[in-house]
Design a protein around this ligand. Sequence first.
Ligand code: LMR
Length: 327
Amino acid sequence: MTRPIRIAITGPCGSIGYSILFRIASGDLFGHQQPIELRLLARNTPESQSRLKGTMMELADCAFPLLAEMSAHTDEKELFDGAECVFLIGAQPRKDGMDRSDLLRANGEIFRRQGRALNERASRDVRVLVVGNPCNTNAYIAMRNAPDLKRESFSALMRLDQNRAMARVAEKLEAPVSGIEQVFVWGNHSNTMYPDIRFLRYKGHRLADQFDPQWQEEFIKNVATRGGQIIKARGASSAASAASAALDHMRDWILGSQGKCCTMAVPSDGSYGIPEGLVFGFPCLCPGEARYQIISNMPMTQEVRRRLEITRDELINEARAVADLLP
Ligand code: LMR
């Protein structure tokens, strides 16, 4: 039988964590032939440990054939020991009225610690996805604190924004989302992101010219503020949709995106004038074997450059604001 893949998850009992765990264990991430091991983090409090214990009881009761092993940890170094695939989900979530920048300080320290622990103990081929917000800068903090790991091991979740953009386009076309391709999102997972549908294809046909400029403006705003809209409507931030997008991101990264363009926030290689190392949403292709390539030759216009600069500058400012958390 194939060796189980070692997966570590922080925040397993929060809403996103609770949604993702059962899907991973049922085979939605690595397919129905690949056994997995789950290593789960609890805080060092009786409540947190009891909650994780209950969640693990439920996982056991699902009798998932692929779940070869699971363990609870309060120590992050132990959690990440030999981990090959890591979801950093645990962080203070944004509440109604809070801006992302309010979260920077609150969550930055967590990601510094976790970056260091990954550096010490994770597999040298680990793949890390940061979901906890502000995810781009949290991934940047973790990456910078893990100098012995490859920079390309770190990424942040912007697939949720791509999925949202695809869903809005499908609604507009009154067509199923399955025929939609070549939609991606640039920049920061914040209101400054730029969802780009210039190259949109539906069932292989170019369509973007059919959308009037006013609808496109509304679409950009709608996708960029969708997280906030959900917080307002639900009274809590998105959970199942974030978990689903995190699975999409990690699955495409590790197994390949089947020639499809997918949005990943990854350390810039300098493409499009984005400073090297800044964790920025780019259109990517994943050829399989846990690799990705930034698509670096997308045509630019003055207007697109302007939008990219806005979201880039926001990320540069976030990086400055956490400079004391970087080595
Ligand atoms: C989302 O996009 O739904 C989450 O990142 C929540 C947020 O703070 O926007």
